[in-house]
Design a protein around this ligand. Structure first.
Ligand code: 57M
Length: 362
């Protein structure tokens, strides 16, 4: 909004010319969300406590884990509202609000945040760790994914092409199958981040690495010179997504201030589902869906551990991991929570660096 206003004033006051630069606006978006989260954090935590918006730690069937985690009972939750509100505000201020990629990303982000909010609300009302049924949750995710898929498929500026890292010329056009593919990416990434959000600062720390890598990838995708040089698809106007990703980085850093071990607040589904969906839609818009498997590798591995565990238990009545998602497996091995978290962050940072290297290895 500010961008749209100030850019029009650049002819009368030259200094406003600076808002034309995506890098400047991205930096400002990150600083805005960071300071919003930092300044509002304590206030929000106190209000969540006042209104008894607090976590119920799961006990049934998982006594050993409950023993390790029981001190977390009553931690304020739904702090993801802080992330969602600050990212939306900052994006509205610093990005071009008429840019179709920004509109689509905000739509996905907000729609999944609302779903997560309802899920958290149902948990609180029931006084349980169980929220919406899997059927309801999956159906709404599917509808959101389908809406985005149809919008993208009929958008003339978006192709149904899938590009592969490491190969210069390997491109597959999915045709109408692009719609289910979009649903898969959005639902998959939303659930994967949600699964990962089980230790203090784990999901939010990994999101910082992923969103940082995506900020760079969006900038390159929207820049004719860089994308031609690196032989990646040039997507006019997608550079604007750099502002959104940077806003997400700043918000997650601000949230991590309070969510780091030992956490004073949890983000809840309102945060985890929205963040996951946002990462998915950005990957789709800049044609980095396959690369998402690498850059968001921690989320993928966490989701895979759940799938493997469920399949092996259902068919062979045996568990591959002591407990899924993977972070619980390490907890069951007796590794301290803070160590698991920092090691997952390190792994996530390495994956982000590796992702950037793939741009050159072709
Ligand atoms: C959400 N939520 C955390 C918090 C957070 C199919 C199955 C694998 C599903 C999975 C599941 O429900 N995952 C989705 C995971 C929960 O965190 C809340 O939920 C929000 C995110 N949606 O923001 O509000 C708990 O995680 C801990 N936590 C922290 N710090 C944080 O910063 O310590 C969260 C954030 C919190 C807190 O304790 O209460 C969660 O883990 O429930 N289910 C599981 O993950 C369960 N695993 C399981 O059932 N494994 C089985 C099979 C089915 C795969 C197996 O291995 O045999 C575990 N979850 C819990 N206890 N809580 C089991 C043990």
């Amino acid at each position: 909004m500010l961008y749209n206003l100030l850019y029009n004033l650049k002819d009368s006051l030259f200094v406003f010319n600076i808002v034309k630069y995506i890098t400047f606006r991205a930096a400002m978006a990150a600083l805005t969300t960071f300071f919003l989260s930092i300044f509002l954090g304590r206030y929000i935590i106190n209000h969540l406590k006042k209104f008894k918006i607090q976590e119920n730690i799961r006990k049934e069937g998982f006594l050993k884990l409950y023993d390790i985690q029981r001190y977390k009972q009553g931690t304020p939750t739904m702090g993801g509202l802080l992330i969602v509100i600050s990212v939306v505000l900052s994006t509205l201020i610093w990005a071009d609000i008429f840019n179709r990629y920004i509109i689509l990303t905000l739509f996905t982000f907000i729609a999944l945040a609302i779903l997560g909010f309802v899920d958290d609300y149902v948990k609180l009302k029931k006084g349980s760790f169980k929220g919406l049924s899997i059927f309801t949750k999956s159906s709404v995710q599917l509808i959101i994914g389908l809406t985005v898929g149809v919008l993208l498929f009929f958008d003339k500026s978006v192709s149904a092409n899938i590009y592969f890292p490491f190969f210069k010329n390997l491109v597959i056009n999915l045709g109408i199958l692009y719609i289910p593919f979009v649903i898969f990416v959005i639902c998959g990434s939303s659930n994967a981040v949600n699964f990962t959000d089980g230790l203090d600062g784990l999901a939010v720390g990994c999101t910082i690495m992923t969103a940082l890598a995506f900020s760079i990838l969006c900038y390159i995708a929207g820049h004719a010179g860089f994308s031609n040089y690196l032989l990646v698809p040039f997507i006019p106007y997608a550079g604007e997504l750099t502002v959104f990703c940077a806003a997400l980085v700043g918000a997650c850093m601000g949230f991590l201030w309070f969510n780091c071990f030992p956490a004073g607040i949890f983000m809840g589904d309102v945060g985890s589902q929205a963040i996951g969906g946002a990462i998915g839609i950005v990957a789709l818009l800049i044609k980095k869906e396959i690369l998402l498997v690498i850059v968001g590798g921690v989320f993928v591995i966490e989701a895979m551990s759940v799938i493997i565990q469920i399949i092996s238990f259902r068919f062979w009545k045996k568990r591959v991991f002591k407990m899924a998602p993977l972070h619980h497996h390490f907890q069951m091995l007796g590794i301290p929570e803070s160590k698991i978290i920092v090691r997952f962050w390190i792994f996530s940072a390495i994956l982000a660096i590796f992702t950037l290297i793939t741009l050159k290895i072709r």
